[in-house]
Design a protein around this ligand. Structure first.
Ligand code: SF4
Ligand code: SF4
Length: 145
């Protein structure tokens, strides 16, 4: 996995802290924003977030309906947000609690209108054209990526 960010010594220390945390402490850092459960598409080195989300996400609570078994379902392409994945920068936004733990608070908050988010099935976007359409709509909102 390619690392998107370069680390200062202080950031490298916090990254190591994350890696050594107990599972309970690690879970508490997640802000429960649900943004990692949005479908994304890649374009010319950028990650574009769409208004499509994983079918297992409760759009109202932003909670996963199958959290404890989410990684066991092979048909579902859910990935655990590890410290390494947070550094890769493709699957979680800069506002993710794990990214902020390493780099400090994001400069720009993300204000997504969740009433416009719809389910797409799972993280493997089946309808490419629909996904791209949503991605284009959102590309301005997500330009901080
Ligand atoms: S299965 Fe994974 S991607 Fe889908 S809602 Fe749950 S945590 Fe999010
Ligand atoms: S983007 Fe980060 S903080 Fe938000 S739900 Fe996903 S793991 Fe948690």
């Amino acid at each position: 996995m390619q690392q998107k960010y370069k680390l200062t010594p202080d950031q490298a220390r916090r990254f190591k802290e994350l890696r050594k945390m107990s599972p309970d402490a690690y879970e508490k850092i997640c802000k429960g924003c649900g943004l990692c459960c949005l479908c994304k598409t890649g374009c010319d080195g950028f990650t574009l977030y769409t208004r499509l989300c994983c079918n297992y996400l409760d759009i109202n609570t932003k909670r996963c309906k199958i959290y404890n078994s989410r990684l066991k379902d092979r048909a579902n392409q859910c990935a655990k947000v590890t410290p390494e994945l947070a550094l890769a920068g493709d699957l979680v936004p800069r506002t993710c609690g794990y990214v902020e733990y390493i780099f400090g608070p994001a400069k720009e908050p993300i204000n997504l209108d969740w009433s416009s988010v719809v389910h797409c099935g799972n993280m493997d976007v089946g309808d490419t054209f629909t996904a791209l359409g949503y991605a284009i709509l959102d590309s301005i909102n997500w330009k901080q990526r």
